[in-house]
Write a protein that binds this ligand. Structure first.
Ligand SMILES: NC(=O)c1ccc[n+]([C@@H]2O[C@H](COP(=O)([O-])OP(=O)(O)OC[C@H]3O[C@@H](n4cnc5c(N)ncnc54)[C@H](O)[C@@H]3O)[C@@H](O)[C@H]2O)c1
Length: 321
């Protein structure tokens, strides 16, 4: 690596990209060198803030010498960008959902693995100390039931409320909960879902369902449920996991177990990870062991969420291979 540090490029400079940029800017030995957005004004203004070069065409940006790339695009925009980044042999962090079709995800994974590239996917909840603590608590226990929920609000804007652009709330947003269910509960092999537009869609042009109810079958035999809605003016996100005579309750940084007589592993032994530091450290050292969700793993989460849409559309249970 050159002494001037890692040169990082961003493709997409919207809300989440700017959040990662703040994380990257805090790291030593790393420079945000290039920022690309199809919105020229956004590309220019964000690039100015980081003294980076601005681009509106990712192919032009990739002609610059870079060490790693962030791909932070709306869900519908994946495919060509990854192809070009992989062709350059660059490690990348991509935001969830990694695509809107398993076929695109599989093609990208195949190309990534042919070049043995380091990848990291934005399932940042996996890096929370509360999740590590929950994992330690659940280790070697028999899971009975996993109940997840993501009850939030309708996000307006250019792509979120439209099915063909975002994939809907489970694929785009509650994917975080599905991903944690897999992280804590193991692989999901069966999905049965229902979805409805109860409030939205009639007069507002919104095409995503505003309510979902999903049942999951885990490979280990546990049963899971997920309910989501985007009807509220508030956000409630959480998981409850039932094991023999104990209920683990997780709500972002709140982790409790009932009854009180059941002990959680000591908090001090769990430190929150930082997804940007983890990814860029892996790029620097070549050691990818601290990355908690890579492209291969995130594709499994995508397939579960897509199965929920398919199940609800066809009104039948989907068995995942
Ligand atoms: N991990 C998390 O907690 C988290 C949180 C929020 C968003 N996200 C994810 O991040 C992604 C982006 O979300 P956002 O809120 O930043 O969206 P956004 O709409 O704010 O930003 C997306 C940007 O991408 C640009 N863009 C679209 N196509 C492009 C292309 N081909 N080349 C370059 N730029 C292009 C748009 O002009 C826009 O500026 C989504 O997949 C979302 O799910 C993740």
């Amino acid at each position: 690596m050159a002494t001037k540090g890692l040169q990082v490029g961003f493709i997409g400079a919207g809300g989440m990209a700017q959040s990662h940029m703040k994380g990257v800017a805090r790291l030593s030995d790393v420079k945000i060198a290039a920022i690309c957005d199809v919105d020229e004004q956004r590309a220019q203004s964000v690039a100015k803030e980081y003294h980076a070069a601005a681009y509106t065409d990712f192919r032009a940006m990739l002609r610059k010498k870079l060490d790693a790339v962030y791909i932070v695009l709306p869900p519908f925009a994946h495919g060509e960008v990854e192809k070009a980044v992989i062709k350059k042999g660059l490690p990348f962090l991509v935001e969830k959902p990694i695509a809107l079709s398993a076929k695109i995800g599989e093609k990208i994974l195949d190309a990534v693995e042919k070049k043995n590239l380091i990848t990291c996917v934005g399932y940042q909840l996996r890096y929370m100390s509360s999740i590590q603590q929950a994992k330690a608590f659940l280790d070697k226990k028999t899971l009975g039931m996993i109940v997840g929920y993501y009850w939030s609000e309708m996000i307006r804007g250019a792509w979120w409320p439209y099915m063909e652009k975002s994939g809907g709330q489970v694929v785009e947003q509650a994917t975080h909960i599905v991903d944690l269910m897999r992280d804590l509960g193991g692989e999901i092999v069966e999905v049965d879902a229902r979805m409805e537009q109860r409030v939205h869609g009639k007069n507002d042009g919104i095409t995503i369902p505003d309510t979902y109810s999903v049942r999951f079958g885990f490979a280990n035999g546990a049963i899971g449920t997920l309910t989501t809605c985007c009807l509220l003016g508030e956000w409630n996100i959480g998981l409850d996991i039932m094991v023999d005579r104990a209920r683990l309750h997780w709500k972002i940084d709140e982790l409790t177990v009932t009854p009180d007589s059941v002990a959680l592993p000591a908090v001090e032994s769990f430190k929150a990870g930082d997804i940007d530091a983890t990814f860029l450290n892996a790029v620097k050292t070549g050691d990818r062991s601290a990355i908690r969700s890579d492209y291969r793993d995130a594709l499994k989460t995508l397939k579960v969420t897509l199965a929920a849409t398919e199940s609800a559309t066809k009104k039948k249970t989907i068995v995942l291979k």
